[in-house]
Design a protein around this ligand. Structure first.
Ligand SMILES: *Cc1c(COP(=O)(O)O)cnc(C)c1O
Length: 367
């Protein structure tokens, strides 16, 4: 079976380096928010081209912490997409703010600017822009949209590790970026981890406070924060895995290229190619197909695993049925949720695996 992720197939050198990192942390006798975290924060800030990075417990907390650090909360509206991990919208709700869902562009599945414009109100304070599947796109348009309306641009970079558009890296376009290092992400820990990246020193300091109970100096709590600290063991792992990220990303892009040119089947539609090569890091390679269930069964029979990102748009989730949205509806999100399918696209795939996926997809006959 060609799997969606195959961690056990990672290079032995990497696994060895990770074991050594574990030993380093164990022998240091210091396990939460220490030198390993500080060192990895510096490396990640540098990689993103920003001044500051603040390690937190996970990607969802990173979004909540950014919003709270921007003083966005009760009474404030935050525009985002319905085609995302539930965590994006949950983070907005956890910050006490009101999510307003805009629709997507059908050919990229990314947030639609036109739809976002229809969601603007006097209470709008931010857009949480999700770089879905790993793609950064149209950033000048988003930056000017946000500055025009006097609202903050917050990037959900959980799927877009170091995707670069016009020489700038995901997380460096707006007020702040939120990264997740969940194991399956392009850069993943061996558990939960996340990071806030920003050019804004005051925002970074506030994030440092918020991740640690709202503590300013030891035992002083000027505000109510979270417990969302980054562990030393995850930071040490991430630093080792970061060394492999460029090669792993390149492999993802090679696989995506092979799919883009190799998959030719009238029953299947591809999404639009990225504006420039570096702008898509292919966390996921998604296609759409009207007969998705039959395609998924066919792939399974040909030993190709596939997942759906995402089968249920956020506004169809039980607690979100009355959530605010574009007055013209979220039709493109609903259609995408009904037809999208993600194919295996991870760095451990061989050329044979890639060819096998292409052959299996092209061998599908829609009814
Ligand atoms: C994974 C993910 C998150 C949440 O990250 P966690 O670390 O799992 O909390 C948020 N947004 C998107 C788009 C994601 O893919």
């Amino acid at each position: 079976m060609i799997l969606m992720n195959d961690f056990k197939a990672e290079p032995p050198e990497l696994r060895e380096a990770m074991l050594n990192a574990t030993r380093r942390v164990l022998e240091s006798g210091w396990y939460v928010l220490g030198n390993e975290v500080e060192s990895f924060e510096k490396q990640w800030a540098l990689a993103c081209g920003v001044q500051r990075a603040v390690g937190v417990g996970n990607g969802m907390d990173a979004i909540e912490i950014v919003l709270r650090a921007l003083n966005i909360g009760p009474g404030d509206e935050v525009i985002t997409t319905s085609m995302t991990a539930f965590a994006t919208v949950l983070a907005i709700l956890r910050a006490g703010a009101t999510p307003v869902l805009a629709d997507i562009e059908p050919d990229t599945a990314l947030l639609s600017l036109g739809s976002a414009a229809r969601c603007i109100s006097l209470r709008t304070k931010a857009v949480v822009l999700v770089h879905l599947y790993g793609q950064v796109r149209d950033m000048n348009a988003w930056a000017s949209f946000c500055s025009q309306h006097g609202i903050a641009l917050v990037e959900d970079c959980a799927q877009a590790h170091l995707a670069a558009w016009n020489g700038k890296v995901a997380g460096s376009f707006g007020a702040a970026g939120a990264y997740s290092f969940y194991p399956t992400k392009n850069l993943g820990a061996l558990g939960d981890a996340g990071m806030v990246v920003t050019r804004n020193e005051a925002l970074a300091q506030r994030a440092c406070r918020l991740r640690n109970y709202g503590q300013s100096v030891r035992y002083h709590h000027p505000e109510l924060g979270l417990n969302s600290r980054l562990d030393e063991i995850h930071a040490a792992m991430l630093a080792e895995r970061l060394k492999w990220l460029p090669a792993f990303t390149e492999r993802r892009c090679q696989i995506a290229k092979a799919y883009l040119s190799g998959i030719q089947n009238p029953a299947i539609e591809q999404l639009a190619a990225p504006e420039e090569e570096a702008a898509h890091v292919y966390h996921l390679f998604a296609i759409t197909c009207e007969q998705r269930e039959a395609l998924q069964t066919h792939l399974q029979q040909h030993h190709v695993q596939s997942f759906i990102h995402y089968p249920i748009p956020v506004h169809h989730q039980e607690p979100c049925r009355t959530i605010q949205r574009d007055p013209m509806g979220l039709g493109a999100s609903e259609r995408h949720a009904a037809t999208c399918l993600s194919l295996p696209c991870h760095p451990q795939m061989s050329d044979d695996d890639v060819a096998q996926v292409v052959a299996a997809v092209n061998g599908f006959r829609g009814g």
